[in-house]
Design a binder for this molecule. Structure first.
Ligand SMILES: [Zn+2]
Length: 538
């Protein structure tokens, strides 16, 4: 919330080009197979061959003010296959052909050395971000194999995979984002960067923002709601009953109106004319000057836009592929696969609202209560609001047993309807907090954890909102790049290529639920927790 400046001083507010923020400061690039042709253990500058379009693509990033770093595993040094001087000559040749880089991070070790720098460990992403004067969350890593993506995500950076013929199909399936070549990856970075910048920044009085649906949906809309709040005198949030607890935690919201919307709810009541009339009257009473209606891509903003027109709201912004007629003043379109928080930020930007400079576009909640358990612990959250996104209980039991056997203290969390599940899972060695936390208390418990193991469900986004690393057991029913916990250190597990992929199923359509049954190895979960808590792969 801002304090309205004195009349005539509006230009000092959020709005001008000087006060817009950016998603990214730097792009980190893998070397072999991404910038230059992969010549195994190359110590010869004469063999350096840039990939097609690389120079021009890198120059576009430089022109956009993005800093560039190279992040490369060079185990040929450990193996004695070339010398440091030879490698330096190769790098001088790369800069001669591709232009200067602001930082080079080189891991000289080999597999088995147990270093924290060799990808997929995240050490070089952290080091590059520090050397470039930024944080991993403000970096994009572009690479050609799964190790590049794992290192990027484990550091909290954005990852874009540019596959080559040798990239394994499972690595392509698991990648958060895929581009066909380096120029296409650069297009994507610049497009995402531009999409969240308001082209016509505005200030407003009362703005009604709308995000129906569940807690996770409300949490991922948080950055966009803060962007609106930065330019509005007052923000009223219309949410559904399942999102109410999350709405209470969002910074920037002055008032909450809770109403189930039958065209949004997954289990809707029949449309009741009296209810629609009552909602229209309630919306009229809000007295909003304008409205920004946030939706998922499978939801329509138009029924509510009609009611907002009936309620006299003067300016309405929403994403709509369907023709809106006179229902929308700002009709925004977004390509598929954009992370949900950025998708919402891009609608806010289209409506004229951007985050103030210096405010990170991360998920956030108001300071949660202090954590209940003392000392280091890992949270295991076995439930999921959608059954297709839940691991079977017996797998969770194995995960908790594996974590406790590795010396981790485990806290098991769950909602009031999940207590049978949490007590069964916690019996394998964890403290059972199932049913004993509201969403705010859960945020406190998550905030005190060193790491959270959870499926694609609300608490994964709550963990992101309190900045805690996530081991995501991610059913591929929806796109990972769109729904992964945003801008937080992350390891993705589960079979990304399982037949349920992109089905949007709420109940797994595949016998045996393979994506999160055979697809999740408890030992991999323990290794992922180790990677996220120590930075070292084992
Ligand atoms: Zn190393």
């Amino acid at each position: 919330m801002f304090t309205p400046p004195a009349p005539g001083n509006w230009s000092a507010m959020n709005g001008g080009a000087a006060t817009t923020y950016d998603l990214f400061d730097a792009v980190l690039l893998d070397r072999d197979g991404t910038l230059v042709e992969d010549v195994p253990y190359n110590g010869d500058p004469e063999k350096v061959r840039p990939l097609p379009g690389a120079r021009e693509a890198l120059d576009r990033l430089r022109a956009a003010g993005l800093r560039l770093g190279v992040v490369t595993n060079q185990s040929g040094l450990a193996k004695g296959l070339f010398t440091t001087d030879q490698m330096r000559a190769v790098h001088a040749r790369i800069e001669e052909l591709l232009g200067p880089f602001d930082d080079w991070q080189i891991c000289p070790h080999d597999d088995g050395d147990g270093c924290g720098c060799r990808k997929p460990a995240p050490g070089m992403v952290h080091a590059a971000a520090a050397a470039l004067g930024t944080s991993p969350g403000r970096c994009v890593m572009v690479g050609d194999i799964g190790r590049d993506m794992t290192a990027a995500l484990a550091a909290g950076a954005t990852g874009i995979l540019v596959p080559t013929p040798v990239t394994r199909p499972e690595e392509v399936a698991a990648a958060p984002h895929v581009a066909r070549d380096l120029p296409a990856a650069v297009d994507e970075i610049l497009r995402r960067q531009a999409a969240v910048r308001p082209t016509a920044p505005r200030r407003a009085g009362t703005v009604l923002v709308v995000r129906s649906d569940s807690a996770g949906d409300v949490l991922v809309t948080g950055p966009a709601i803060r962007a609106v709040a930065a330019g509005a005198r007052r923000v009223v949030l219309l949410c559904g009953p399942r999102g109410r607890a999350a709405a209470e935690l969002l910074p920037g919201v002055d008032e909450i109106v809770e109403w189930p919307l039958p065209w949004i709810d997954g289990d809707p009541a029949p449309v009741d004319p009296d209810d629609v009339r009552a909602l229209t009257a309630r919306l009229t009473a809000v007295g909003a000057d304008e409205a920004v209606v946030f939706t998922s891509f499978h939801q329509s903003a138009l029924p509510l836009a009609l009611l907002l027109r009936l309620a006299g709201v003067g300016r309405i912004s929403a994403i709509s592929d369907d023709y809106p007629g006179s229902l929308l003043d700002v009709r925004h379109k977004v390509p598929v696969g954009v992370p949900e928080p950025e998708r919402a930020l891009s609608l806010a930007a289209a409506a004229g609202f951007g985050l103030p400079v210096g405010e990170e576009p991360t998920l956030r909640v108001e300071a949660p209560p202090t954590a209940l358990p003392a000392g280091p612990y890992v949270v295991v959250h076995p439930g999921a609001s959608v059954p297709a996104r839940a691991c079977p209980p017996e797998r969770w039991v194995e995960i908790v047993a594996g974590l406790t056997a590795s010396g981790h203290r485990v806290v098991v969390t769950g909602g009031p309807v999940e207590t049978v599940l949490t007590s069964r899972v916690a019996a394998a060695g964890g403290t059972d907090l199932g049913g004993r936390t509201g969403l705010a208390e859960l945020a406190g418990v998550l905030a005190g954890a060193s790491c959270v193991v959870v499926g694609n469900t609300g608490p994964a986004h709550l963990a992101a909102a309190v900045g805690v690393p996530v081991v995501s057991l991610f059913a591929p029913t929806v796109p990972f790049g769109q729904w992964a916990p945003y801008r937080v250190p992350l390891v993705r597990l589960g079979d990304a290529a399982a037949p349920c992929r992109d089905s949007r199923a709420t109940r797994c359509p595949v016998p045996g639920h393979p994506c999160l049954t055979a697809g999740v190895d408890p030992a991999e979960v323990v290794a992922a927790v180790h990677l996220l808590t120590t930075g070292i792969r084992r």
